[in-house]
Write a protein that binds this ligand. Structure first.
Ligand SMILES: O=C(O)Cc1cc(O)ccc1O
Ligand SMILES: [Fe+2]
Length: 454
């Protein structure tokens, strides 16, 4: 049985008024007194005249270890809505409709200036696909989106049929009313909203901006800990799931949005989607305070692989090779001796999309990687510390040093080659044309050839 978690680690300015239950991949029971059927899921008549409905997040026959479902007991079934109609793309002025075959696959290192806030739109209309790989219709791959919004959603709800949204806020507070309860989400917290879960986003503290990694296949899991042992990195007990919360409204006009194969559809319904009085299961939205991450690092020498910073992983069918790893670079002590402490120069079979929530990233001192910006080092695209970071770290006195105080960089790392959308490459107008020249062209030769006569 889970307990309420009261004390956040990060010192958030905006308070969280909601209650949560804790645990990762737990089986939660959530209801007002007497609303959950006892000893069975589907009684002839559910308590209090509720409808019984099942939300399946995996195939019925998925192995027990992977199986995800939630039973909900609600005032009216989710099916009670009018037909969906595709939204006019012009009025829906995001590029979420960019099809995957229109993605640009380019080997250049890419970096984006900070993305703008956009006060004119709400959550649904403030989503922009920036990069991705695969195809939601085949349930393969991932999509990386930026969001920027300044308006509350009205009497509206949204769900994605395409995948699980991992939301990484960079600016502003999201108040997320989901079918399964309410979540407050602030920068330095992350939230996962599984495929199909309906929700409505309001903005209690002004405009918002952030990043999303949508997993078209499978679900996010905690990484294996291997020799680290039974605790460390993100601990299961620090994940927070909502408690049941419902609106009891007689008649209510709602608009329901569906992101379906990266196209936006809308349908009307004459009742609130937020009418779940009780639920039980292990398929639910959850959030996590990145300040609770128990960071592991080298206490002897050499720079370890950043996989030690994995918060969540979206696995492929091949063990240890992710469709999307969510990796963070939290404030931490560096104590390694005789070591070039920042990341090594690198070419990777995985693609690396990075973002910055706040502060600085130790591999880039030239000022070009800024909060609300991003970078992409695609499959085998060479990258590493910029020239300033190299010079600094090669000559630094190696006393214990705290890096990243007040900062939080992160990476969506994928085994797939990631394509960049039209919006990401052109429309957003944030690509830095001289990223490479600024970062690595200034690197100097230091080679002293021992065989060369003076
Ligand atoms: O490219 C990056 O900055 C991400 C990264 C960080 C690190 O510590 C080691 C390898 C790596 O790719
Ligand atoms: Fe890298």
């Amino acid at each position: 049985m889970s307990t309420y978690l009261t004390m956040p680690v990060t010192n958030f300015k905006y308070p969280d008024p909601y209650k949560y239950q804790t645990g990762f991949d737990s089986h939660h029971d959530e209801a007002i007194e007497g609303a959950l059927p006892v000893g069975q899921n589907s009684p002839q008549k559910a308590p209090y005249g509720l409808y019984t409905e099942k939300l399946s997040g995996t195939a019925f026959t998925a192995p027990r270890r992977e199986n995800k479902q939630t039973w909900v007991y609600r005032i009216l079934p989710a099916a009670a809505h009018e037909n969906f109609i595709a939204e006019d793309v012009d009025s829906y002025h995001t590029s979420m409709t960019t099809e995957t075959h229109k993605l640009h696959h380019i080997p250049n290192q890419l970096r984006w200036n900070p993305f703008d806030l956009d006060e004119k739109v709400d959550w649904v209309h403030g989503l922009h696909l920036i990069a991705g790989s695969g195809d939601p219709t085949l349930k393969q791959g991932l999509g990386i989106l930026m969001y920027a919004a300044g308006k509350d959603m009205g009497k509206e709800a949204f769900y994605s049929a395409d995948g699980d949204f991992l939301i990484v806020p960079q600016h502003g507070v999201l108040d997320i009313q989901t079918e399964l309860g309410r979540i407050i989400l602030r920068p330095n917290e992350i939230c996962v909203i599984p495929r199909g879960v309906r929700y409505r986003v309001t903005l209690p503290d002004g405009p918002v901006r952030g990043y999303i990694c949508e997993l078209y296949q499978g679900h996010y899991e905690l990484p294996e800990l291997g020799p680290i042992g039974s605790n460390g990195l993100a601990n299961a007990r620090d994940f927070q799931a909502p408690v049941a919360d419902f609106d009891d409204e007689e008649e209510s006009e709602y608009k329901l949005y569906s992101k379906f194969n990266n196209t936006l559809f809308a349908a009307r319904q004459n009742h609130t989607p937020f009418d779940v009085v009780a639920w039980h299961g292990n398929y639910y939205p959850y959030k996590y305070d990145l300040g609770r991450f128990n960071t592991i690092g080298s206490i002897s020498f050499d720079h370890p692989d950043p996989s030690i910073f994995t918060v969540l992983t979206g696995p492929s069918d091949h063990v240890g090779t992710a469709i999307a790893d969510f990796v963070i670079f939290p404030p931490r002590w560096l104590v390694a001796e005789g070591t070039f402490r920042p990341p090594w120069y690198h070419r990777n079979t995985m693609s690396e999309f990075m973002g910055l929530i706040a502060g600085d990233y130790d591999a880039k001192v030239g000022g070009g990687f800024q909060p609300a910006g991003a970078s992409l080092h695609n499959v085998m695209s060479a990258h590493g510390p910029d020239s300033g970071a190299f010079e600094g770290a090669s000559n630094a006195e190696l006393k214990p040093a705290k890096v990243g105080d007040g900062s939080m960089a992160f990476m969506f790392e994928s085994s797939l080659m990631v394509g960049v959308s039209e919006w990401g490459l052109k429309q957003c107008q944030k690509v830095q044309p001289e990223y490479n020249q600024h970062s690595w062209t200034p690197l100097k030769r230091h080679f002293v050839n021992p065989n060369k006569k003076a």
